[in-house]
Ligand binder design. Structure first.
Ligand code: ZN
Length: 246
């Protein structure tokens, strides 16, 4: 059966790269933002250019961030995240490339330097000028008490949640790291991504063309199933808990 096939392939692999999408976190209760009922069907995205040019858009963005309106933060890792963390801890998986911004890989125990975030992280903020990290809790007090839109304590620049917004360039360093990791694995394991968002969805093909096996675990079929060595259509948590048991 396919789950034991997956376990055998992971066992035989020397270096696994895990690639995760919304599907691993929907099992933690985080809605897939692309799905019906997802965040962008409930509220209009604020584009990067609007954020930097319009104070009212910044206010709206921070109001959403501090209220948790998008539903991206506040959830807990699930069995799928913990199984991935075990693959990393055992040395089997070298890196986790993720399209998610929910910080759940780090919270499940994957060292931050082994998580490659293609769309940033919603659990903290950074200065758009100098890159200084700002914790949301520290910014929230001033916003809620005095309505202050956050500015950088170091340089006075605009501060924004560390997510990559619509209209914002893909982050160069994570993209380069993801490419290098994809070229340096012999098993590329996709968990819960529909693989439709480019350029991120190009990484499985980079790995495959470089000789790695491609395995896709997703509830629904994906566009890249035709290239995969193995496809498992199932919930992520139960499958991964079986192949990477505690
Ligand atoms: Zn700054």
């Amino acid at each position: 059966m396919s789950v034991s096939d997956l376990a055998r392939r992971i066992e035989a692999a020397r270096r696994v790269v895990v690639f995760t999408g919304a599907g691993i976190s929907t099992e933690s209760g985080i809605p897939d933002f692309r799905s019906p009922g997802g965040v962008w069907s409930r509220m209009k995205p604020i584009y990067f250019q609007e954020f930097v040019s319009d104070p009212e858009k910044r206010r709206e963005a921070w109001s959403r961030a501090f209220s948790g309106a998008a539903g991206w933060t506040g959830a807990s890792p699930n069995a799928g995240h913990f199984a991935v963390a075990r693959l990393v801890a055992s040395g089997k998986a070298a890196a986790v490339i993720t399209q998610n911004v929910d910080n759940l890989h780090q919270e499940s125990g994957v060292p931050a330097e082994q998580v490659i975030e293609l769309h940033g992280n919603a659990s903290y903020a950074t200065c758009l000028e100098c890159g200084e990290r700002h914790e949301l809790e520290a910014l929230k007090a001033g916003f809620e008490k005095a309505g202050e839109i956050p500015y950088c304590r170091r340089c006075g620049g605009l501060v924004k949640t560390a997510t990559i917004s619509f209209g914002q360039a893909m982050p160069e360093k994570p993209m380069n790291r993801a490419q290098a990791a994809s070229l340096d694995c012999d098993l590329f394991l996709v968990l819960g991504s529909s693989l439709v968002v480019y350029p991120a969805a190009g990484f499985p093909l980079i790995a495959k063309r470089n000789g790695a096996q491609l395995v896709i675990v997703n509830r629904e079929p994906t566009e890249l199933d035709v290239y995969a060595d193995l496809v498992v259509n199932a919930e992520i948590g139960p499958v991964m808990a079986t192949v990477a048991p505690a």
